[in-house]
Design a protein around this ligand. Sequence first.
Ligand code: NDP
Length: 310
Amino acid sequence: MSKIFDTIIIGGGPAGLSAGLYAARSKMDTLIIERAKFGGQATTTDELENYPGSIEDCTGTTLSERMRKQAEEFGVNFTKDTVTKVELEGDVKTVICNNETYQAKTIIIATGATPRLGGFKNEIELRGKGVSYCATCDADFFTELDIAVIGGGDSAITEAIYLSKFGETVTVIYRKGKENLRAAKSLLEKAFNNPKINFVFDTVVEEAIDNDGILGGLMVKNTKTGEVSKLAVDGCFVFVGYNPISELFRGTVNMTERGDIITDENMKTNIPGVFAAGDVREKTLRQVITAAADGAIAATQAEHYIENHK
Ligand code: NDP
C-alpha cells in the first residue's frame, strides 16, 4: 500500500473512463476501480444515437469498450474490486476495497446510479423470471412474446422501441396522462408510429402475477377509474428512473436527501481533493455525453488541485 496514486477514480462508466483518459493524458498516475462491468449503465443501452459521432456500430457496449481501451492506452491502471470504505479527509485519501487498500492525492467519485424499483407486489421475487431492468440483456428471451414497459421517460421509450424488435407487442404503462410523458419528442414520435407499441396511460402496476415462479401477467390499476384488470404479458421491463450509488460517502460528502452528490461546476465536492462526476452527481441532464464531460472536468480539476498543493 506504499504507492500513492495521483488520482483514484471510483467507477468505470463513461464519467470514470473519461476522467481516466484526461488524468492519464496529464501524466497523472491514475487508478480506476470498478466493481462490476466497465461501461456502467451505458452498456445496458442498445442505441446511443445522441452521443455525437455515434453513427455506425455504436452501442453502449462498443462505445464503453472503446473508452476503456483509449484510457488504457494512455496508461490508466484498472482494477476490479468493491470499495467498502473511504477515508477522504487530509492530503492522502484512502480507499479500502474487498481485496486491497489504495491511496491517492485526489479521488473522483463516478459511481453512477442504479435502476429504481417499480414498487409492485412480487417485483423482487420475479426479477430475472419475467421482470427485468435491462432490455439489451434480456430482450432476446421475449422474442415474439408480449412485453410491458413501465415508465414514461427517455429510458422507457428508448427501450420500448428496442424491445419492439423482439416482442410481438410492447405495451408502455405510464402512471400519468399522455401530456406528462417526459421522454424526448423525437423518441415519442418513433414510439407512437411503431405499430407494435401501444400506450396505457393513467395506469399503475399493482402486482406481477407469480405463475409457478415465472411472470404470468400484470395486475394493473387505472388511477382515474380505480378499475383493476389483468394485462397478459410474458415480460415486464421496469424503467422508472435511477438512484445514485452514493451510500459509501454519506456523512462525509455533501449530498441531497436522495443521495445525489453536490458539486460546483468544477465537480468539486465539499472535501478538498474529492470530486464527483456523472450520474451520481446532482444535475439535470443524465446522459453519456454529460457524464463524459463531467469526467473530463473532474480530472482537470484534480490535476490543478495537485499542482496547487505541492
Ligand atoms: P426519468 O426520471 O426521466 O423518468 C422516470 C419515469 O418513470 C417517469 O415517466 C416517471 O413518471 C416514471 N416513474 C417513476 N417512478 C415510478 C413508479 N414508482 N411507478 C411507475 N412509474 C414511475 O428516468 P429515465 O430513466 O427515463 O431517465 C433518467 C435520465 O437519463 C434522464 O435524464 C434521461 O433524459 C436520461 N436518458 C436519456 C436517454 C437518451 O437520451 N437516449 C436514454 C435513457 C435515459 P412521472 O413522469 O410521473 O414522474
